[in-house]
Ligand binder design. Structure first.
Ligand SMILES: [Zn+2]
Length: 313
């Protein structure tokens, strides 16, 4: 009998995940201390704007535009001190900045949280990816104004690729937090759990932060043991997803159960149990008799669950 783990993984499965389409050239090797001002002065420059954690989107029917010209950005209350250079699109530089929280946006411009933005499909995938980069970068700069080593104020460098401390010379780089997210499989069934804050009826793959000194595979084994009490054997990488809440990288895996009894971590999970493939398929199709469902298509958890449900073994 064939095993799920015998199949080959399609190339670049990550491209199907939400927030994964960013095609900006980050210009990482070409930046200096004039890059931000030069980009901002370019008449082709476009600005991705945020009111706190919400992206500003010019909405026109079913389509949205996340980019604004400089005069429009200023009318919306652009805070010039917040600007970072994201990189270059084919038609000019892209910068990100915060606006003053005034709550008086024009009728055609909406401030939308990034989960809703991904679910609604208002933006092209590459623009949604750039919005995710912008959200993570703006948050990092807002929260790293002071040196973690000596406490003195830090200065942005290279248009936002790092912050330097003039007092102790420490250099600080934007961080990404790796999170392992895994679907545990035993033949024709898989493990899903739900946290109390999930939407009613939604079950998802288990997940947890990778810890210092740990491989992705070991994180999958440790988290599954902690959250579900299951021992894990083989771990297969599936895809990854930038997750801008605020700056995680979701690393999606399938993993093979060596034990079957579940003992949920009740401090994290409201419920955790086995689901057979027919039940999972009904959840994906929206036809589950009990109204249970899986996360939306933009989430890597959805892709992990669909890969198992669609497997032709
Ligand atoms: Zn310092």
């Amino acid at each position: 009998m064939p095993s799920f783990f015998d199949q080959t993984t399609p190339a670049e499965a990550s491209h199907l995940n939400g927030f994964a389409g960013n095609r900006l050239d980050r210009l990482s090797e070409a930046r200096d201390e004039t890059s931000l001002a030069t980009a901002a002065a370019d008449p082709q420059a476009r600005y991705l704007l945020f009111a706190e954690e919400r992206a500003l989107i010019a909405v026109n029917g079913e389509a949205g535009d996340a980019t604004f010209e400089r005069p429009a950005a200023e009318r919306l209350g652009l805070l010039a001190d917040s600007l970072v250079l994201l990189g270059a699109a084919g038609n000019g530089p892209r910068l990100a900045g915060l606006i003053e929280a005034r709550g008086d946006l024009p009728e055609t411009i909406k401030a939308i949280d990034l989960r809703s933005l991904a679910n609604q499909g208002l933006l092209k995938t590459d623009d949604l990816g750039a919005v995710a980069q912008a959200r993570s970068m703006l948050s990092w700069h807002a929260n790293h104004q002071y040196c973690a080593r000596c406490g003195e104020p830090t200065l942005m460098r290279g248009g936002g690729v790092r912050r330097d401390c003039p007092a102790c010379s420490a250099q600080h780089f934007p961080r990404v937090d790796p999170v392992a997210i895994m679907l545990t499989i035993d033949g024709e069934r898989c493990v899903m759990g739900r946290q109390a804050h999930f939407a009613a009826g939604m079950y998802s793959a288990l997940a947890g932060f990778v810890e210092p000194g740990e491989t992705i595979e070991d994180a999958v084994r440790r988290e599954t043991k902690e959250e579900a009490g299951i021992d894990i054997g083989r771990v297969r990488y599936h895809s990854s997803q930038p997750w801008p809440f605020v700056s995680s990288l979701m690393i999606g895996c399938h993993c093979e159960a060596l034990t079957r009894d579940i003992s949920p971590d009740e401090s994290e999970l409201e419920d955790c149990r086995w689901f057979n493939r027919d039940e999972v398929r009904a959840m994906i199709a929206g036809s589950h008799p009990g109204g249970l469902m899986v996360p939306p298509k933009m989430a890597i958890a959805n892709r992990l669950i669909c890969a198992f449900a669609d497997w032709n073994g």
